[in-house]
Design a binder for this molecule. Structure first.
Ligand SMILES: Nc1nc2c(ncn2[C@@H]2O[C@H](COP(=O)(O)OP(=O)(O)OP(=O)(O)O)[C@@H](O)[C@H]2O)c(=O)[nH]1
Ligand SMILES: [Zn+2]
Length: 358
């Protein structure tokens, strides 16, 4: 049951006192979701990890996937065999993307994260276009974006890379080049991993997510490893998301290597990420300039003079078009769902209306 003690226990899995509890919270056991399986969840209550099931209402097909429990969520459990997730506590940040494939669906990567560590390897994995995409998703999440350039030990000219990175990132985003294998080198990341803080690690497969996690766990790995389920499929394949309690007091959420990062339609590309392009566009002669062949287009002029990188502009246009498509997909989906929630609408129609067309 929920007592000051059960809440205090949760500190090791990142509980923050800022989280609001419902009035009837005393009837439940608080816990954090650490793993999401195809058919259930693993939660941690600060002492033990165990398997639970979501209450039936979370399984309704009409429910958007973002309204279901996900890794990082704080939940209230109703005891039983198995215990049931009854209440999903309010989230302070949500990192999501759209699922790969034809059908539009929002997918949660992690919730209640304070920072997102975007890993990029300096061994050829580094890709400014991918970074722009990550940034758009992270800005919509409510979490802080931190760029971690791994394999810095295998790169000759870090300064040159830092210059390239600075060109695609707003000035307030911090970049740390590290050797993920070296504890001293990754110590700069401790500031994101203090008590009560949660960071999620994202990046392509092979970029060093497992390596970084292991280095941060350090000698205490065995002691803390119980928070994570053993992965029987092999050391280098992260097949599910898992939340790991670190010796620094914070929590790290590991994600599998993500090949596709589709926008959900909720992002805002005008939030400062493309300030260079925004300010050029302000100087175009026409307020609604599409930067195609309009006279007095400051964007075209900057592309011609080389002031604006062509690839960056192409990437911006691609993201902007995708955002537009995904925003209308999202709107259509929300409309369908709200109609599905009021079934009487269909029943109220005369049969001729109901069965006409498709
Ligand atoms: N030299 C060097 N090697 C690194 C660094 N980070 C990772 N590696 C190596 O890169 C390889 C892949 O690292 P992993 O940690 O398995 O990558 P991952 O991101 O967890 O990969 P997935 O589990 O497939 O998503 C391993 O051989 C690591 O030893 C680094 O900073 N420096
Ligand atoms: Zn223009």
């Amino acid at each position: 049951m929920l007592t000051p003690e059960t809440l205090a226990r949760l500190a090791i899995v990142g509980w923050s006192d800022a989280i609001n509890l419902p009035d009837d919270a005393a009837d439940y056991l608080p816990a954090r979701v650490i793993i999401q399986h195809r058919n259930g969840y693993v939660v941690h209550d600060g002492e033990n990890e165990f398997t639970v099931q979501p209450a039936p209402r979370f399984l309704k097909r009409s429910l958007d996937p973002t309204e279901r429990p996900a890794v990082g969520d704080f939940v209230l459990l109703k005891p039983g065999k198995p215990p049931l997730i009854e209440v999903l506590l309010p989230r302070h940040a949500t990192l999501s993307r759209a699922a790969a494939g034809e059908r539009y669906q929002r997918q949660l990567i992690a919730t209640n994260v304070d920072s997102v560590l975007v890993l990029m390897g300096l061994d050829g994995d580094f890709n400014p276009r991918r970074l722009e995409r990550y940034l758009a998703l992270i800005q919509a999440s409510g979490a802080q974006c931190v760029v971690v350039l791994t394999k810095a030990d295998s790169h000759e000219d870090i300064d040159a890379v830092m210059t390239d990175v600075a060109e695609v990132l707003p000035p307030d985003i911090i970049v740390h080049p590290v050797n993920a294998k070296d504890a001293q080198s990754v110590a700069v990341l401790h500031r994101y991993l203090g008590p009560g803080r949660t960071a999620v690690v994202v990046g392509s497969s092979g970029v060093g997510k497992s390596t970084l996690t292991n280095t941060l766990l350090g000698v205490q790995r065995m002691a803390t490893n119980s928070v994570r389920q053993n992965d029987s499929r092999g050391r280098h394949t992260t097949t599910f998301r898992a939340l790991i309690a670190l010796p620094q007091g914070g929590c790290l959420i590991d994600t599998p290597g993500m090949r596709e990062l589709k926008l959900t339609g909720e992002e805002d590309l005008q939030a400062g990420q493309f300030a260079d392009i925004d300010s050029l566009a302000m100087q175009c002669r026409f307020g609604d300039c599409a930067h195609q062949s309009e006279p007095g287009c400051a964007v075209r002029a900057a592309l011609q003079s080389g002031e604006l990188d062509e690839e960056r502009f192409a990437s911006y246009q691609k993201l902007r078009d995708e955002l537009q498509t995904q925003a209308s997909n999202l709107e259509a989906q929300l409309k369908r769902k709200s109609e599905a929630k009021t079934p009487n609408k269909a029943l109220g129609k005369r049969p001729s209306e109901k069965y006409s067309g498709r």
